[in-house]
Structures are given as structure tokens and as C-alpha cells.
Design a protein around this ligand. Structure first.
Ligand code: SUD
Ligand code: ADP
Length: 294
């Protein structure tokens, strides 16, 4: 059996730089893996894909990105081996934290090993992009500048394990809906991505905190004004810098380290939503053989 830890992401900056012919948005975003993770266990079966999850929010059939990743691998490689997958979900769902993308990336990496497919990292990245815009980043992880739909990746210098407080208000915001609303509102807020990249290069944590910015934040806030209240609460609780992640609704605050993040989280009103604290992480997926067999 093979265990995979699939890490969530946050967007330190997110800018939209154009519209692509297929309606997707051209992005420039600095993405960061965090230690918060889902856990997947892969057990070989003679044939068929069987998925089980402890999340009542998720399907266990072909609508699940894990199932789709396994099916895609079978289709492109002609592999006839099967697998049973158990997905233990910790990353808030549809929250701007890339949980589904992380699970899909972990499935590609794990089944490449379990089924001895021998696909290269480049081949896996091509498959990842077919599954979703955030999936390529989730294969690579760390601190990365992503462009295009999210698949053109430039790794940046790893940041220290800064603390992160995540607050996910109980809202249903679909990524597609937020991008559609962006097209209507065209907000004028743009992060200074080159300055963020330079701050990361200098390992200048106060500058990183000051430069957090997300073009989609005013869009999500226009639909769900509660997001502004969460930002204010995180600032008042002592976060160094605060911004919404991805299409939201999760808002995160940065702290010096995880211990400080725990203190900030403890000062928040639990009524704001699901509150978690974690830290930056320099890789996306951790694979381990368990029970001594593969
Ligand atoms: C906004 C971001 C920022 O990291 O993250 P989340 O909020 O989802 O975590 C990503 O761009 C989300 O990536 P992901 O969730 O993988 O997107 P996909 O499944 O490929 O696409 C969902 C929908 O988002 C829109 N979409 C996505 C990516 C992109 N560059 N342009 C788009 O317009 C499309 O309408 C698409 O139908
Ligand atoms: N394994 C999975 N984990 C989370 N969401 C999944 C998964 N498979 C499919 N989905 C669907 O993908 C959508 C986006 O989920 P998620 O990746 O958690 O959020 P986001 O795109 O905001 O980061 C959800 O509506 C969910 O139903």
C-alpha cells in the first residue's frame, strides 16, 4: 500500500493578465504549499477503480478528481491494473485552497509508482494540466510563480516555515462563478508581482506580508461581504498580512511561525467559520510505502 499526503496551497498574489481564446483567464500568481494536507491510501486491486472518502461533501465516483486522475492514467497508459483509494479529507472543500487539485496530483504521483508506469515528471505535468488549472502546481509544490492558466511554473526560492491562519467562512463560492463575475466587474486591483518575487528572493518576510494581494478578492467580496469582516478580524488578531486565497472564500493571515499562528487563531471568534493554523511547506506531495508492501 502507498500513502500520499496531498498539501493545500495558498495564493500570495493573484493577478489576471488577460483572457484566453477558450474563456480561461491568463494568470500571474505566486503560489505557496502549506502543511495542511489530505491523506490518501492506495491499495492494489486486480482491476477497477474504487474510491472511498470520509467526506460527506464529496462524490466517490467519476466526478471526484481522484477518480478522474486514476482513470486518465489508465486511459493514456493502457494500464489494466486496479486500485482501491481511501481519501481522508482535511482541506476545506471549494475554499480556494486547491484541495481537489492536490488530491488529483497526489493520485498521479502515487499511481505512477504503484502501477510502475515509469512516467516522467514532464509527462505527469501534461496529464496534470488536463485535470485542472491548479493541478500542475500541486505536483511541484513549494513557492512558485505560475502563469498561463496556472501550468507555466517558475520555482522561487523557498521561504522559511511561516505560520498561516486560515479562516473559511461557510459560503459556497464556485471558482467558475467567481471568474464569470470578474469578467463583469473587472476590478482595478492588481498585485505587484515583480515586487513579491523580489521580496521572496531577498527572503524579506515583512515585504512578503505587505505585498499580499488578490485581484479576485473584490469580486468574491462583492458577492459575500462577510469576507471583509474575516480580513478585519485576522488583522485585529495580529496577523502580519492578510488576503483571500484563490477564488475564496478562505482568507489567510501570515505569522512569524506556526506557534504565533496558533496564538492568532486563538484570538478569533469561532463564529467566523472554520479556523485552522498551519505553516509554509517546501514540497507538495509526500509518498510512503506502508505495511511493508506496495
Ligand atoms: C482561482 C484558482 C487560483 O489558484 O484557485 P482556486 O480558488 O480554485 O483554489 C485557480 O485559478 C483555479 O484553478 P482550478 O480550480 O484548478 O480550475 P479549473 O478546475 O481548471 O477550472 C474551474 C473554472 O475556473 C475558470 N478558470 C480557471 C483557471 C483559469 N486560469 N481561468 C479560468 O477562467 C474556468 O471557468 C473553469 O471552468
Ligand atoms: N477530491 C476532491 N476534493 C475536493 N473537491 C473535489 C474533489 N474532487 C472533486 N471536487 C470538486 O471540486 C470542486 C473544487 O474543490 P476544491 O479543489 O476543494 O476547491 P478550490 O478549487 O476552491 O480550491 C468542489 O466543488 C468539489 O466538489
Amino acid at each position: 500500500m502507498l500513502e500520499a499526503l496531498a498539501r493545500a496551497k495558498i495564493n500570495l498574489t493573484l493577478d489576471i493578465t488577460g483572457l484566453l481564446p477558450d474563456g480561461y483567464h491568463e494568470l500571474e500568481t505566486v503560489m505557496q504549499s502549506i502543511a495542511l494536507c489530505d491523506r490518501l491510501v492506495f491499495s492494489p486491486r486486480p482491476q477497477g477503480i474504487e474510491l472511498q472518502t470520509d467526506s460527506p461533501l464529496l462524490p466517490s465516483g467519476p466526478e471526484n478528481l481522484v477518480y478522474r486522475a486514476a482513470e486518465l492514467l489508465q486511459r493514456v497508459t493502457g494500464c489494466r491494473q486496479g486500485v482501491h483509494i481511501f481519501l481522508s479529507k482535511n482541506i476545506p472543500v471549494a475554499a480556494g485552497l486547491g484541495g481537489g487539485s492536490a488530491d488529483a496530483a497526489a493520485t498521479l504521483a502515487a499511481l505512477n509508482q504503484l502501477w510502475s508506469l515509469g512516467l516522467s515528471r514532464e509527462e505527469l505535468l501534461v496529464l496534470a494540466a488536463k485535470l485542472g488549472a491548479d493541478v500542475p502546481f500541486c505536483l511541484v509544490g513549494g513557492t512558485v510563480l505560475a502563469r498561463g492558466k496556472g501550468e507555466l511554473l517558475t520555482p522561487l526560492k523557498p521561504l522559511p516555515p511561516l505560520g498561516v491562519v486560515l479562516v473559511t467562512p461557510p459560503l459556497a463560492a464556485s471558482t467558475a462563478q467567481i471568474y464569470r463575475e470578474y469578467d463583469r466587474l473587472l476590478p482595478g486591483i492588481h498585485p505587484d508581482t515583480p515586487a513579491m518575487v523580489a521580496a521572496i528572493e531577498r527572503q524579506d518576510v515583512p515585504a512578503v506580508a505587505a505585498l499580499l494581494e488578490n485581484t479576485l478578492e473584490p469580486v468574491t467580496t462583492s458577492l459575500y461581504p462577510q469576507v471583509t469582516a474575516v480580513k478585519e478580524a485576522l488583522k485585529a488578531a495580529g496577523a502580519l498580512g492578510v488576503v483571500m486565497s484563490g477564488s475564496g472564500p478562505t482568507v489567510f493571515g501570515l505569522s512569524r511561525d506556526e506557534e504565533e499562528a496558533r496564538r492568532v487563531a486563538g484570538r478569533l471568534n469561532p463564529g467566523l467559520g472554520r479556523i485552522l493554523y498551519t505553516r509554509f511547506c517546501n514540497h507538495a506531495i509526500k509518498l510512503a510505502v506502508i505495511n511493508g508492501c506496495r
